[in-house]
Design a binder for this molecule. Sequence first.
Ligand SMILES: Cc1cc2nc3c(=O)[nH]c(=O)nc-3n(C[C@H](O)[C@H](O)[C@H](O)COP(=O)(O)OP(=O)(O)OC[C@H]3O[C@@H](n4cnc5c(N)ncnc54)[C@H](O)[C@@H]3O)c2cc1C
Length: 319
Amino acid sequence: MEFPFGVSQEFRCLKRTDLVKAMADNLPTGTIRTNCQVLSVEIDPATKFPRLMLSNGSVLEAKVVIGCDGVNSAIGSMFGLHKATLSLFSTTVARGFTNYSNGHQFASEFVMMIKGQVQLGRIPLSDKLVYWFVTKPRTSQDSTIWKDPVLIRQSLIDSMKGFPEEAIDMMRNCKLSFLHLTELKYRAPWELLFNKFRKGTVTIAGDAMHATGPFVAQGGSASIEDAIVLARCLAQKMQNNTKKVEDSEINIAVAVAEEAIDQYVKERKMRNFWLSFHSFLVGKKLDTKSSIVRFIILAIMSVLFRDPDWHSRYHCGNL
Ligand SMILES: Cc1cc2nc3c(=O)[nH]c(=O)nc-3n(C[C@H](O)[C@H](O)[C@H](O)COP(=O)(O)OP(=O)(O)OC[C@H]3O[C@@H](n4cnc5c(N)ncnc54)[C@H](O)[C@@H]3O)c2cc1C
């Protein structure tokens, strides 16, 4: 994919639809099914293969299942990661795009502005389109307005007193159909440490595995890393065992897939833990009203995350 608009080293702004389209275009026709949510997954006691129960009433027998179904993952339940056990930060975030038909004047860089407990982040996608987000303390009003973009926009404008007029104009002129208000759900980072994340040939990846707040802006990147590492582990194990897999019965292929998943989980565990822990600390620092807690968090961060950009120098290896 090309990034025609110059951006500084570690920031790359991607529209989710472009990413999904790029991936979908590379799959054989007929691979993707839509409008059928996974309700649950279980291991068939007879075949030992996973069975997916779908919302259209059908059952899908699979050889391998990789659950990438996000923070509210249905497949995550198999690993004890139930939706009901997600925690909420007291911070909420709104995201949007603003189109400047005559071009905007912003430099091609990521900018953060902070006033009290409200933060605005902004990065241009092109010379006309700008992506931005606002984080602010969650209010009781948020749970009623989140479906109505006009009310979201008004509540954002109200919360942005003291910000430059250009920032408020950006909200005023945003594309309402792309305006979202999100409650930030997460799991405690240490939950990542003690989970094997494999049952038979079922595993999970992305937010399904590591639900974190967006405070270090790495959830999507970490999900792509998961995909690269998992694909590499599967490819390497299959290649090393090609002869066995071709000659023997299905059990060997299953054992090879299980080994590959274990390797993937091993490779990803600590990387995802540190990202998740960093994000957790930043989120809690924003959440807390206690200056003592804030001081403790800052002290931990100054020891563990002295370099705030440490995560952008990580290389998960090639496919
Ligand atoms: C406000 C905010 C800002 C962020 N900013 C950044 C950033 O700057 N950089 C970054 O790297 N990351 C960022 N993230 C994180 C990033 O968006 C996520 O980490 C990333 O989208 C996770 O990808 P995923 O594929 O695991 O899950 P998702 O993107 O949530 O995709 C899950 C998919 O599964 C589908 N699905 C869900 N349930 C089911 C089901 N039962 N059956 C079938 N399909 C299902 C959903 O429809 C969806 O298509 C941000 C997140 C938020 C909330």
